[in-house]
Design a protein around this ligand. Structure first.
Ligand code: GDP
Ligand code: IMO
Ligand code: MG
Length: 433
């Protein structure tokens, strides 16, 4: 039952989409199992750039079945736009895409609630989460709350109209009483609109849990595509500055509906530095010329929202924690080219908290906010490595940096990425670098 899983080990945008596209060639099925249109995964092939939000990054390979499972919160108009945009570029989306009838549906009130809640600071502090405003948190909240939830399969049932009427009435009351804007929430219009979406999506909708269990038992090769990053995990990340699902490796089985022991390989995707979008503590942030340089060279602007990403040095304390949490076997170190030309590079190897050196990742954000990173400094390299295709073509500085990352995180490096294109990837030698 061969299953490979790709998990981001930082705060998202580690270039998971690129790696998933690359690994798709050796798989039969690619699975998106969590999150929603908050994700933005970029795939670049032969100079063509594709930005995917809900559709798995396996879609560019015509031989692969792409599956969106029960753990995803699905925004019907967004996925239809994605399907149309891909079709317009010659990428057929038909039988190669299957969507779970158990997936929860993001509705207009979720977007209104996200706006409303995002205006408030969290947990007694002054900072906002800074969500992507895609309705993700409110939709997951309704899923767990159950009373106001709508799943994709409900759209095809005779009770759908009454379900929308009942929930819309409650949502209008709640949003208006909280001072939000509920003017766009009209039950009849939403019912008609979503019935239209349902008709278009119908050929794709099915029981993906049964499909994946059958596929795994017949030894089909399954690739699980993580979204967000492990530090955004709702239970184990930098709560409350997280997303609303288990985005570390611990979430794969629940989101996809397969036993965790059927996943035999987990690849942790790590950016060679750190970025974060939205609020929350970020110990190695470089709010200075270095951070600005990384942002410009790495084009660190959000794929989904266009927001500038906060940039900083690699935090090996955090990545060691998330690699262990996610059961990572090997690492893919991405965007290594972006560090070229910097005179020296820093890696955070420990924290100082209350005068004590610690190597544990703190469980409370207030402590994470107070830590001082302890840095190790390595020499940079000055050559452009974007054209390197073999590990031994990398300069000594890049080799030394990668070896140290592997040592600190405690996992071998399997892939090194030196540019956005599928071709700009190096398979690291089997000796563990
Ligand atoms: P994801 O959400 O983890 O899939 O990552 P995003 O797509 O949001 O962000 C990664 C960005 O980096 C995209 O614009 C990619 O095209 C780009 N990218 C991927 N790998 C590399 C690399 O090795 N070097 C550079 N310079 N850019 C890369
Ligand atoms: P990919 O899959 C980076 C962040 C948001 C915000 C927090 C909560 O492209 O790596 P949400 O809208 O989920 O309620 O926002 O999580 N966030 C991401 N940051 N990459 C992502 O996805 C993200 N998805 C959510 O910026 O801080
Ligand atoms: Mg992204």
């Amino acid at each position: 039952m061969p299953g490979t899983c790709v998990i981001g080990l930082q705060w998202g945008d580690e270039a998971k989409g690129k790696l998933v596209d690359l690994l798709t060639a050796e798989h039969d099925i690619v699975v998106r199992y969590l999150g929603g249109a908050n994700a933005g995964h970029t795939v670049v092939v032969g100079g063509e750039t594709y930005k995917l939000h809900l559709i798995p990054s396996g879609i560019l390979n015509p031989n692969v079945r792409n599956v969106i499972t029960a753990g995803v919160v699905l925004n019907p108009p967004t996925i239809l736009q994605e399907i149309d945009a891909l079709s317009a570029r010659g990428i057929a989306v038909g039988k190669n895409l299957m969507i779970s009838d158990r997936a929860h549906v993001v509705l207009p009130w979720h977007i209104a609630e996200d706006r409303l809640m995002n205006d408030s600071p969290v947990s007694g502090g002054t900072e906002q989460i800074g969500t992507t405003l895609r309705g993700i948190g409110p939709c997951y909240k309704d899923k767990v709350g159950r009373t106001f939830a709508i799943r994709l399969g409900d759209l095809y049932r005779p009770g759908f109209r009454d379900q929308v009427a009942r929930i819309a009435a409650a949502k209008v009351r709640w949003i208006a009483s909280a001072g939000g804007n509920a003017r766009g929430i009209d039950a009849e219009r939403i019912h008609a609109e979503y019935r239209g979406y349902a008709d278009r999506l119908e050929p794709h909708v099915g029981d993906t849990t049964a499909f994946l269990l059958d596929a795994a038992e017949s030894d089909r090769r399954i690739l699980y595509e993580g979204a967000q990053g492990a530090l955004l995990d709702v239970d184990h990340g930098t709560f409350p500055f997280v997303t609303s699902s288990n985005s570390s490796g611990v979430g794969v089985a629940a989101g996809a509906g397969v036993p965790g022991r059927w996943i035999h390989r987990t690849i942790g995707v790590v950016k060679a530095y750190s970025t974060r979008v939205g609020g929350g503590p970020f110990p190695t942030e470089q709010d200075n010329a270095t951070g600005q340089r990384i942002r410009e060279v790495g084009r660190e602007y959000g794929t989904t929202t266009g927001r500038p990403r906060r940039c900083g040095w690699l935090d090996a304390v955090a990545v060691r924690y998330t690699a262990r949490l996610s059961g990572v076997d090997s690492l893919a170190v991405m965007m290594v080219d972006v560090l070229g030309g910097l005179p020296e590079l820093k890696i955070c190897v420990a924290y100082e908290l209350d005068g004590k050196r610690i190597s544990r990742f703190p469980s409370h954000v207030d402590d994470l906010r107070r830590v001082e990173p302890v840095y190790e400094t390595l020499p940079g390299w000055q050559s452009d490595i974007a054209g390197a295709r073999r590990y031994d073509e990398l300069p000594d500085g890049a080799d030394a940096y990668l070896r140290r990352v592997s040592e600190l995180v405690g996992r071998p490096i399997a892939f090194v990425s030196v540019g956005p294109d599928r071709a700009q990837t190096i398979l690291a030698p089997a000796d563990g670098r």
